[in-house]
Structures are given as C-alpha cells and as structure tokens.
Design a protein around this ligand. Structure first.
Ligand SMILES: [Zn+2]
Length: 244
C-alpha cells in the first residue's frame, strides 16, 4: 500500500498522544512528518549552497529557472521564495545587465539574527537519529572501498586551516555519509535537515569542527570493522565534541 504522506511520513497520527511542547527528544514542529514546502526547500538549499561554498556572500545565484530544475519545483515557486529571502535580507536583487539575485554581503549577520536554538536542537536530534540508524543498518555491510571518499574528506579536513573550507568539508562529510549508507534519497533528507540548521545556528568554530573530525575518523574505522555499537558511539561523541 502506498504511503500517502510520502516515503518518510507520517510520523504521527492525529489524535495520538504527543509530548507536551518542549518535552521529549524531538519538538513536533520540526519532525519531518510532511515534505517541506517549495519555499522551505529553496531556503534550506540556498543556505546549504552558501555553506558548501557554491556561492559566497556577494556572489550571484543561478537563475530561478536553473534552481527550479535542480529542485524539481516550479519556477514561480522559486521566484516567490527568492523574493521572501530578499525581504528577510538574506539575498539582494540587482537590476540591469549585470543584475540578478545575489547572496547578501552580510549573510552571516542576518543568519545570526534568525538564531533559534530550540528548533536547531530539535533538527539536530532528528539528524542524530538518522545517522545512528544509518550506521546501525550499514555496519558490517559496507563494501571494500565504500568509505574511501569519506576518508579523503577526513584527510582534507586535517590538512586545512581555512575556517570556511573546514565548514564546507564538515557538511559535505555528513551529506556523503548519508548517501554512502542510505542512498541518494537519504542524502536529500539529510540536506534538508542540514540546510535548515544553517539558518538557525551560528556556524561552529574551527576548533569544534576539528574535534568533530576525530570522531569522523573513528566512525569510519568502526564501520569498516563492522563494530556497530562503537560506530554509533562515535556518532554520539561527534555531537558533543568541543575544542580540545
Ligand atoms: Zn561532522
């Protein structure tokens, strides 16, 4: 039977008991029980593009038609979402021959003002569950060489001191992990969670990202040994990592 709410839902049914707001591991308002709206998708994917350094503050975004095709939604939805992001100060629209839609120069300042620790923590909890589930599911079944791309990212992170590059590689690691262990659909799911987080939390400091990278390396070692419990422990340790 086809699940009418999509392959990831529903996670809750009307009339069933729910935890009171602010209690439990997950805030119900961020549970992925429904697909993101077109506008939410545009916002989270543009935030992810900025984090992945596809476009830096001040740089021009691809045309709305290109974004619409990439995201599989209508161009008018993309245009409306970009308009909303301009009103929020995240993007700038410039007219004329060299015009278009640009990432705002003060992107980081605007994002800092949108800070919502509670929603970010709830998204982080969902992401943690996703990774614990993927790692449990895949431990002992990863083919030889299947983790090579992820190991290369860990090495690249160890080799750079550039804060923006560290953040880019940190995010890329988790997207690639989701795809390696769960396939392209799970990568999209992780992209939604991570992109939304980019708009809710200040970016972690370089020292934190470095500390997390040690847990990336541990995770890959344990995964390749098939040590499921230790691999899950590395995922959890990553979440609490701080600078040493
Ligand atoms: Zn990480």
């Amino acid at each position: 039977m086809v699940n009418a709410a999509g392959k990831f839902g529903p996670y809750s049914q009307p009339g069933t008991a729910r935890p009171a707001p602010g209690t439990g591991v997950l805030a119900t308002r961020v549970l992925p029980g429904r697909a993101p709206t077109g506008a939410e998708l545009v916002r989270s994917r543009i935030a992810l593009r900025v984090r992945l350094e596809s476009e830096a503050p001040g740089e021009r975004l691809p045309d709305a038609g290109v974004l619409a095709e990439e995201l599989g939604i209508s161009e008018i939805t993309v245009r409306r979402a970009l308009e909303g992001m301009c009103q929020d100060g995240l993007l700038d629209r410039r007219r004329g021959r060299s015009g278009g839609t640009f990432v705002a120069q003060d992107w980081d300042t605007v994002v800092a003002a949108m800070h919502d620790a509670e929603e970010a923590a709830a998204l982080d909890a969902v992401h943690l569950l996703l990774e614990c589930g993927l790692v449990s599911h895949a431990a002992g079944e990863v083919p030889d060489g299947g983790l090579d791309g992820l190991r290369a990212l860990v090495d690249e992170m160890n080799g750079t001191d550039v804060p923006a590059r560290l953040l880019e590689l940190e995010t890329r690691f988790h997207l690639d992990l989701a795809e390696t262990l769960g396939g392209p659909g799970i990568r999209e799911f992780a992209a939604d969670l991570l992109g939304r987080q980019c708009l809710l939390l200040p970016a972690p400091a370089p020292g934190v990202v470095r500390a997390r990278n040690r847990h990336h390396a541990d995770l890959l070692d344990e995964l390749s040994r098939g040590e499921m419990a230790r691999a899950v422990a590395a995922v959890k340790a990553h979440r609490h990592a701080g600078p040493v």
